[in-house]
Design a protein around this ligand. Sequence first.
Ligand SMILES: Cc1cc2nc3c(=O)[nH]c(=O)nc-3n(C[C@H](O)[C@H](O)[C@H](O)COP(=O)(O)OP(=O)(O)OC[C@H]3O[C@@H](n4cnc5c(N)ncnc54)[C@H](O)[C@@H]3O)c2cc1C
Length: 492
Amino acid sequence: MSQKAIVVGSGFAGLATATALAQKGFHVTILEKNHQAGGRARAFQTEGYHFDMGPSWYWMPDVFETYFQNFGKKVSDYYTLDRLDPSYRVYFGDRDFVDLPAGTEAVAALFEKIEPGSGEKLLQFMEDSAYKYEVGINDLVYKPGRSVLEFLDLRIAKGLVQLDLLKSMRKYVHSHFKNPRLQQLMEFPILFLGATPQNTPALYSLMNYADIDGGTWFPRGGMHEIVKAMVSLAEEMGVEIKLDHEVTGLKMTGKRISAVNTKQGEFQADLVVNAADYHHFEQEILPPSHRQYSPEYWDKRAMAPSSLLFYLGVNKKVEGILHHTLFFDEDFDKHAEEIYTHPQWPSKPLFYVSATSKTDPNAAPEGKENVFLLMPLAPGLEDSEEQREKYYHIMMDRLESHTGQEIRSHVHYKKSYAMQDFMSDYHAFKGNAYGLANTLKQTAILKPALKSKKVANLYYAGQLTTPGPGVPPSLISGLVAAAEVAKDTKKN
Ligand SMILES: Cc1cc2nc3c(=O)[nH]c(=O)nc-3n(C[C@H](O)[C@H](O)[C@H](O)COP(=O)(O)OP(=O)(O)OC[C@H]3O[C@@H](n4cnc5c(N)ncnc54)[C@H](O)[C@@H]3O)c2cc1C
């Protein structure tokens, strides 16, 4: 009889855990609270528009390829990828923007035009980032973070200086580029880690490699196609996915979980991998005597931001924006301070606009656009309809002014999404959008642990544990958690 593994949550982490455990011979059941799989990467359709609800940037295509290869498959067995060129547009003011072309040479040429001498510096920067990407994505992210000994591997130890673990991204970028626009372009990928450039080790310049060399890709049909692919693979491997099955409690037998409770019934478990928000499971589902962390511990964690999102159906083509458009026309440091240091609704926020209908004709009715607005926010803020509306107009004022057109009167579908929704849909701690920030103090063994110290058969995966937030890391965390389960149960 194969052992019964229960995976809580069907985001990238849960789906990756489930497929990897099924491959190792476990009988796997995923219990998912919501009606659709995918967690933060769910999607919805309305009035002919398609909206991906969360992630929109497809970076690190190699991680997805490696994932499917583990199971004898290829990405192209499930979906088709197109590389975007330009990768994205960045606005600095009215009709004042830079388009980042695809490919390192082209970006170097662009840098050279903006700051003479910086093209060559970019090439050097990319060489160093390539090394960090190689070590970071092929070695470091696959470490479970259970002991410092994992990091005493010769290759990593040798590379420590080269990996720039102790220098901040801010210092590192500023030592290469003087032009503020170039500095902003090079600091932008750090936003994906949920932390500030001052607080993030320069190791993460590997994100620049992912951005500039790896490229920005789009799965035809939208980001939810990745979820559909992972669900297909999981089902092919015999994983049972139970939607609308919220986990509400556990049956403990000594130091082990023997069953998992949902409103629909009890599920026997030989082991459990929680891939739902870590804090929720640990503080609200586990009985107090089995919790490893205190409420104070959680309160001190630096969470990645929450977000205010708008999904808009616009009944005309919006000029001046691309598939991905960033608005860096205000001071990034001020906005970061209002997220991390003095949490409050921001005075002059940066924001991001996505319109996948620029690439995908099926994402909106002909002649129309599916527009997605995202503004990062401090987690835990008071969330109200009035605040959401106020910031809708702040973003729209700037979008209209910078692109030189009227858009608001063309919006005929509008839905907002923010802290309260993250909490009610995902049980997100403080309404965080993408987990725990990747600061130096919250890296590897300093993150909430992937294996419980108090419950013998409980593991964790997802964006609040190693390696961190983002689609590729969450997916990797599922593989790492499954590998640890296999090691502990001798199913390698
Ligand atoms: C707005 C937004 C934009 C983003 N943009 C990008 C991007 O462009 N690129 C990128 O790489 N990353 C991006 N991210 C981050 C990325 O989406 C996440 O890091 C990743 O999807 C997290 O996956 P996960 O499996 O850890 O968690 P989740 O996707 O949250 O999955 C957890 C699942 O657990 C379920 N669950 C919770 N409680 C229970 C319970 N009690 N019982 C059963 N199930 C439960 C939830 O319903 C959910 O389905 C973005 C995130 C957001 C929110």
